[in-house]
Design a protein around this ligand. Structure first.
Ligand code: FPP
Ligand code: ZN
Length: 360
């Protein structure tokens, strides 16, 4: 009888018809799933129409992680993404406090139907991050983007405490949007869009007593928020990569405590969860595994059991579900694939963890 370690080592085991969906990483089915999602979305994604660019980011960037960008009509994608950029009619509009980035879809490009409605420009920090991530993934020359309005108007989204709002009015402000702002500046290679010192102060204030980070100061530690904190610091050049192995501990966050909290997120079933007492969930293999990778501590992950857990979330339709034996969704499929790249699955390109895209 084959040892568990030997399973899948014979090339004949890799044919799609042999074994169950959970025996091997089924690259071909993931390619089919993402290609299909890039063409037509199932009806239940209707409610996400406003976030269409985020869904496109999962599909395009996911195809990148699978080494399948030849399946993407790059010109069509580029033209569509560029059509979502918000433009100013004249320079004085940049002083209005509104943000001129990218819209999530055409539906937010039309002004409010209420003539007294306050929001005439629905561009959003998360949509802007996704737009730029897509453009970079498909090889668009980003120097062609009119980035001055994006960066200039982004500054007015930063709050006195260093956090960011994603739009100019009435929204939450937390670490997610600090991360989006840092990723935007990093992709555009221009940090005029934010005050990094202020952002650093805010991030440091979000570290909790247990070592993890909450979305806002004083809130419960969470894997997603912890990723946003550490990836932002790395993008801003405020922490070194591999600081665990280099022993290069910064003085404004507690790295040993962070490491302890992060490692405790791997459960007995091998998967990662986002916060205490929650079940393992595919996406946290990336959010939390990504933090360990940035810190240079990925060798402390129990890789074999994580891979096994992730395979229980790989579905017969291609893609990944949140928890075992559920239906796939684009969000968990994308982050599941990123996790396989972090686990150095044979044939997968490496990813730039802090930007959530394949390395150039
Ligand atoms: C809790 O949802 C979710 C959060 C507190 C947000 C976490 C942040 C991220 C996932 C990062 C976002 C990244 C970008 C690029 C903006 P939940 O209660 O449904 O999740 P849980 O039960 O798994 O904790
Ligand atoms: Zn999840």
């Amino acid at each position: 009888m084959a040892k568990e370690d030997d399973l899948g080592s014979d090339a004949s085991d890799l044919s799609p018809d042999s074994g169950s969906d959970q025996d091997f990483f089924n690259r071909d089915r993931h390619l089919c799933y993402l290609q299909m999602m890039l063409g037509v979305l199932p009806t239940y994604y209707q409610v996400e129409d406003i976030n269409r660019i985020t869904l496109a980011y999962f599909a395009v960037s996911g195809l990148g992680v699978l080494g399948g960008l030849h399946l993407v009509d790059k010109e069509m994608v580029i033209n569509w993404v560029l059509s979502l950029q918000a433009h100013v009619k004249d320079e004085t509009e940049l002083e209005s406090g509104q943000f001129y980035g990218f819209h999530g879809s055409k539906s937010s490009q039309f002004g409010s139907s209420n003539s007294e409605g306050p929001i005439l420009n629905g561009s959003h920090l998360a949509s802007t991050y996704c737009a730029l991530a897509i453009l970079r993934t498909v090889g668009y020359d980003l120097s062609l983007i009119d980035s001055t309005p994006i960066l200039k108007s982004m500054r007015s989204l930063q709050q006195p405490d260093g956090s960011f709002m994603p739009i100019h009015i009435g929204a939450e402000r937390d670490l997610r949007f600090v991360y989006c702002a840092a990723a935007i500046c990093s992709i555009l290679e221009n940090w005029d869009g934010m005050d990094r010192e202020k952002a650093k102060e805010y991030i440091s204030n979000c570290q909790s007593y247990d070592g993890g980070f909450g979305l806002v100061p004083g809130s419960e530690s969470h894997g997603g928020a912890t990723f946003c904190a550490i990836a932002s610091l790395r993008l801003m050049g405020l922490i070194e990569d591999d600081l665990f192995t280099k022993n290069a501990t910064p003085n404004f966050i507690d790295v040993p405590l962070l490491l302890e909290w992060t490692l405790q997120r791997q459960g007995r079933d091998g998967g990662f969860h986002g916060r205490l007492n929650k079940p393992s969930d595919t996406c946290y293999a990336f959010w939390v595994g990504g933090v360990l990778k940035i810190l240079g501590a990925q060798k402390l992950i129990h890789k074999k059991s994580l891979r096994k857990f992730l395979l229980t979330c790989q579905t017969e339709y291609g893609g990944f579900s949140k928890t075992p034996e559920m239906l796939p969704d684009l969000y968990h499929s994308f982050y599941g694939l990123c996790a396989f790249s972090l686990l150095e699955e044979t044939g997968l390109p490496s990813i730039c963890v802090e930007l959530g895209i394949t390395n150039r």
